[in-house]
Ligand binder design. Structure first.
Ligand code: PGA
Length: 256
């Protein structure tokens, strides 16, 4: 399978943004975008309290809805948590795990991330697993080392569910900063990750797994980024809250 046969994956991470009006208006807007869902998966990630209304607003469209996080625990005495079982009950098919903001502000360690991936998969929830280096790590030449250590957590948690995983490479220094990795920089990391998967898992999984890029993706840079061989889509924060997201979704046409 080569880059033209992997289905493009475009995720919109709304983070802690939006109110009921936004959910309604933005869902209307998303439904108006004409894209070929046999060539591109589109997934949006509202907050937990907006998951059900977003699902309802988007019903009848092919746009999928993802959680931004999930508890590492099953149902029980865990005040404030939302379990994978509860997401499943709501008919949510995806969750982000290991986003850098969770790692940085909420103590999501590799151990926590591993538990979250496992419990999601056990409940039939697909995972967008986020990895990526901080600026000082890049400056010290440790980009690949950091990404591979994050990959090892994914490998040990995924068991045989590789078809339920999308890897999001998001260099932390590019998230919300307006500093995008150049297409060449992103491609280099994606290619090295795929090579590592060939060497450490197998060629078939490496050729099928989607590795998407995240970090200041905009309507201005998406068309060049998507043309890179090993970039299979995007995880978009800020620009997914705006009409720019339409052009980012349609960037899949550049790959054909
Ligand atoms: P950004 O966020 O597009 O605003 O940089 C990306 C992300 O956090 O997934």
């Amino acid at each position: 399978m080569d880059s033209t046969t992997r289905k493009i994956f475009i995720g919109g991470n709304w983070k802690c943004n939006g109110d009921r009006k936004f959910i309604k208006d933005n869902s209307e807007f998303l439904k108006s975008i004409k894209f070929d869902n046999s060539k591109c998966d589109v997934v949006v990630c509202p907050t937990f309290i907006h998951l059900e209304s977003t699902l309802n607003e988007l019903s009848g469209s092919s746009i999928l809805v993802s959680a931004q996080n999930v508890s590492m625990n099953d149902n029980g005495a865990f005040t404030g948590e939302i379990s994978a079982k509860q997401l499943k009950d709501l008919n949510i098919k995806w969750t982000l795990v290991g986003h850098s903001e969770r790692r940085q502000f909420f103590g999501d360690t590799e151990e926590v991330i591993s538990k979250k991936i496992k419990i999601s998969l056990q409940n039939g929830i697909n995972v967008i697993a986020c990895i990526g280096e901080k600026l000082e790590e890049r400056n010290e030449g440790k980009t690949l080392e950091v990404c591979i250590s994050h990959m090892k957590t994914i490998v040990e948690s995924v068991e045989n569910n590789w078809d339920k995983i999308v890897i999001a490479y998001e260099p932390v220094w590019a998230i919300g900063t307006g500093k995008t990795a150049t297409p060449e920089m992103a491609q280099e990391v994606h290619q090295q990750l795929r090579k590592w998967i060939i060497e450490n898992i197998n060629e078939e999984i490496a050729s099928k797994i989607r590795i998407i890029y995240g970090g200041s993706v905009t309507e201005g840079n998406c068309n060049l980024l998507i043309k890179e061989k090993d970039i299979d889509g995007f995880l978009v924060g800020g620009s997914s809250l705006k009409s720019d997201f339409s052009k980012i979704i349609l960037s899949y046409e550049q790959k054909l």
